[in-house]
Design a protein around this ligand. Structure first.
Ligand SMILES: [Zn+2]
Length: 205
């Protein structure tokens, strides 16, 4: 029986047909394969881990954060310190065993997530520390950040999408006034209007 077949058994929960050696070989193989994926992503510049905790709440960490860094060591995840083959067999019998892979990301990848919070312990260096789901629908121009410059928007007062090139903000006792500019000048916006961010266009080539 090939190693791949044993790996399949690990997930199916049927572990009785393999010897201890075969079981350990299958685990080593799975850990190595996963380590390759993790290392490739780290090399590609992923420096964040998106951790989903119950429900849909995503928390964004640095890859060095103690609460998630352990996910990067795949062998230690598959074979935690002090574990025996017998313990492993018991886990597998109880419905299969496969430790969770980390979801590695770059800051750009966070655009694709409708909502997240950043970890308050490792405090990743992000332009936006959190994102609420409403942000992906429409935004209050007074709350638009400089990181949106260069992005395309639509608003009720303009027939065509426009590209944000500059934000001019005046803060007075009466409140905040924001003027948004595109290549042609100030963008007409009625008081209280909201703007809608368009998804990034795929890069050509
Ligand atoms: Zn963290």
């Amino acid at each position: 029986m090939g190693v791949h077949d044993i790996t399949y058994l690990l997930f199916s929960g049927n572990v009785e047909v393999v010897s201890d050696d075969e079981l350990l070989a299958a685990i080593n193989e799975a850990a190595q394969r996963e380590q390759q994926i993790v290392d490739d992503q780290l090399r590609a510049g992923c420096d964040l881990i998106i951790n989903k905790r119950g429900g849909s709440k995503c928390v964004v960490h640095r890859t060095t954060c103690a609460s998630v860094a352990h996910y990067l060591d795949r062998r230690a995840e598959w074979l935690p310190n002090g574990w025996t083959v017998e313990l492993l067999r018991r886990e597998i019998r109880h419905g299969g065993f496969s430790p969770r892979m980390p979801q590695l990301a770059t800051e750009d990848d966070l655009e694709e997530i409708p909502t997240y919070l950043s970890c308050q312990i490792c405090k990743p260096d992000l332009k936006r520390q959190f994102k609420k789901s409403a942000d992906s629908k429409t935004s209050d121009p007074n709350k638009l950040g400089e990181d949106r410059i260069g992005r395309r928007f639509v608003s009720p007062e303009t027939p065509e999408p426009w590209t944000l090139v500059r934000i001019e903000r005046t803060i007075t006792a009466q409140g905040t006034t924001t003027v948004l500019y595109d290549e042609n000048g100030s963008v007409p916006l009625s008081p209280g209007t909201r703007v809608r961010l368009l998804p990034k266009e795929p890069a050509l080539g």
